[in-house]
Design a protein around this ligand. Structure first.
Ligand code: AP5
Length: 224
């Protein structure tokens, strides 16, 4: 793969990965690759695989690594990613993290969004999404200009099926069991492997503070 500047966003469900990814896309030439949006596109295509994916996503369960590898391999070939990729929702297992090592794809910055589970469970109840574009709102923290509708298209916003409290709890359990070990993997890789930099953000702060901290830490890296 041709060398691009890559950012990986890692954190529990509801930590704010999607919100940060869209802001990076808005403020830089980089493009976001959100695995769940790519999976939703597969569901929309109406294949048998799409039905299986839809069922797993509604229950908040991980889709198999093999399906994810196929989605990622197809997506990263696209011209839209020539200026750099913001990976939102990948990797989510150690096997997925090894994809970077195996294909010698450098992670220039791994962003770790840290936040406690109880903050997430509360926060998820207020999330509203515009499914076709992936734009994310929150009824209190980041409300749309007009209640219940997307700022850009004026279309209706939805509550995600997997944002029900019981499903969020199960997603958090899977995060701790399957995704969190990637942090130790990244620390091992740091500087000697594919991970060049790691930055940590307090995801429980308001989004403006999260963004300011991201910009300052990235600027400090590029000044080094
Ligand atoms: P995905 O959509 O990626 O779900 P997730 O990782 O669980 O993350 P979320 O989208 O729920 O949260 P987020 O961190 O992006 O937070 P957001 O910015 O929306 O994946 C869904 C499903 O797809 C998975 O369960 C799985 O089935 C499948 N899947 C996807 N990738 C996979 C993979 N690699 N392997 C296997 N399966 C995979 O923010 C949340 C809310 O908080 C919003 O309302 C937002 O407005 C608000 N908010 C954001 N930041 C702040 C802030 N700082 N302060 C206050 N509110 C904030």
């Amino acid at each position: 793969m041709e060398k691009t500047f890559n950012i990986v966003l890692l954190g529990p469900p509801g930590a704010g990965k999607g919100t940060l990814a869209l802001e990076i896309e808005a403020q830089t030439p980089m493009s976001v690759l959100t695995t769940s949006n790519a999976l939703r596109a597969e569901v929309k295509a109406g294949s048998t695989l799409g039905d299986e994916i839809s069922d797993l996503m509604a229950k908040g369960k991980f889709v198999s690594d093999d399906v994810i590898f196929k989605v990622i391999e197809e997506s990263i070939q696209s011209d839209q990613f020539q200026e750099g990729i913001v990976f939102d929702g990948f990797p989510r297992t150690l096997a997925q993290a090894e994809f970077f090592t195996k294909h010698d794809i450098q992670i220039d910055i791994l962003v770790l969004l840290e936040i406690e589970d109880d903050v997430i469970i509360d926060r998820m109840q207020g999330r509203r999404v515009h499914i076709p574009s992936g734009r994310v709102y929150h009824v209190q923290n980041r409300p749309p200009k007009k209640e219940g509708v997307d700022d850009v298209t004026g279309e209706q916003l939805s509550v995600r099926e997997d944002d029900q409290p019981e499903v969020v709890k199960s997603r958090l359990e899977d995060y701790h069991r399957l995704t969190k070990p990637i942090i130790a993997w990244a620390e091992e890789q740091y500087q000697s492997g594919v991970v060049k930099n790691i930055i940590k953000l307090d995801g429980a702060q308001d989004f403006e503070s999260v963004w300011r901290s991201f910009v300052m830490q990235v600027a400090a890296l590029t000044d080094e």
